[in-house]
Design a protein around this ligand. Structure first.
Ligand SMILES: [Zn+2]
Length: 318
């Protein structure tokens, strides 16, 4: 806590000096948020730093957590910080250099990353793949399952027989390539509106990633105001299990419905089960008959028909 207070004191002093040194504000200044996995201290630091007008905020280093594949703690850290920082300010995550955590961080509104993981892993003969990390000597096939320039050129045997420094260089290129590829995938998923499905895919293959997804779901409501709203991009939700219903688009939709819906004054609300009705509902014989009856009895303006279809999410939304 003392360190946090000291950083806050220096941060305030730095902002005053920055105004003198850089009156035209040509340099962006980063406000570090400290506390690591001590979430109460982290939250305090985020609140206090957020009150100061930094250009960018950075979350202090989860490198050791990443080394231990403790993704759920990293997710809790990001959630704690994001919920307290001003929503419009960019956020940097230090030391997040693994394809398994990057899409989670992006989904929570992290904008920048930096990491030396590609070199550190290479130094240790560890190979980053999109869905896991393996050691070179654990690969039982001729080639690393990857299409990067290194893996196209060298077999596993050739890599093993290369001297240490050269092997480190080659594996670092491979690792960096995989991270770059992951970033491209995340960008594509954002554009397609399928980032959340991507998180679920990732969680399906690794228990540690699954616990990160559960941690993200738990903290989701507090984050809705500050994480990107992708509802406009989403054209279809692919719901594979009940767990899939805990995603921002659905939570937002339900909240909007609860907050915004009010039956017109003097109307009777009729809720019909929608699973067995044809779509579009207006062409379903039952609905057609019902509306016909309401019109002929001059009741159409007095009844509000709501069709409840829990399986709506399986369909393409328009
Ligand atoms: Zn490769």
């Amino acid at each position: 806590m003392l360190e946090v207070e000291e950083t806050l004191r220096r941060a305030r002093a730095a902002l005053v000096k920055a105004k003198v040194w850089d009156p035209e504000h040509r340099m962006l200044i980063v406000g570090p948020v400290q506390g690591g996995d001590k979430l109460d201290i982290l939250g305090y630091s985020a609140t206090k730093m957020g009150e100061l007008n930094f250009d960018i905020y950075a979350i202090g280093s989860p490198t050791t957590l990443l080394e231990e594949y403790d993704f759920s703690t990293i997710v809790r850290m990001i959630a704690t910080v994001k919920a307290r920082l001003p929503p419009g300010k960019p956020v940097h995550l230090f030391g997040a250099g693994h394809p398994l955590i990057l899409p989670f961080a992006v989904a929570m509104g992290v904008d920048f990353f930096d990491s030396a993981s590609y070199v550190l892993y290479a130094r240790d003969d560890r190979i980053i793949l999109r869905d896991r990390t393996v050691r070179l000597n654990e690969i039982k096939v001729d080639r690393i399952p990857c299409n990067c320039p290194v893996c196209r050129k060298y077999s596993v045997k050739e890599l093993m027989s290369t001297n240490k420094a050269e092997r480190e260089r080659l594996l670092a290129i491979h690792n960096l390539y995989v991270l770059w590829e992951e970033i491209q995938e995340i960008k594509a998923r954002i554009k397609e509106g399928t980032l959340w499905e991507y998180l679920e895919e990732k969680a399906g293959g690794d228990a540690r990633v699954k616990s990160a997804l559960l941690a993200l779901r738990k903290g989701l409501r507090a984050l809705l105001k500050v994480i990107p709203d992708e509802s406009g991009r989403v054209r279809a939700l692919h719901i594979t299990s009940l767990e899939s219903l805990h995603r921002p688009e659905i939570i937002r939709h339900v909240e909007r419905l609860l907050n915004n819906y009010e039956p017109p004054q003097g109307c009777i609300v009729v809720v019909l089960p929608g699973e067995l009705l044809d779509r579009p509902y207006i062409r379903d014989p039952l609905i057609y008959w019902l509306i016909d009856q309401l019109i002929s009895n001059d009741l159409l303006s007095k009844v509000h028909i709501i069709i409840n279809n829990p399986s709506w999410v399986q369909y393409r939304m328009r």
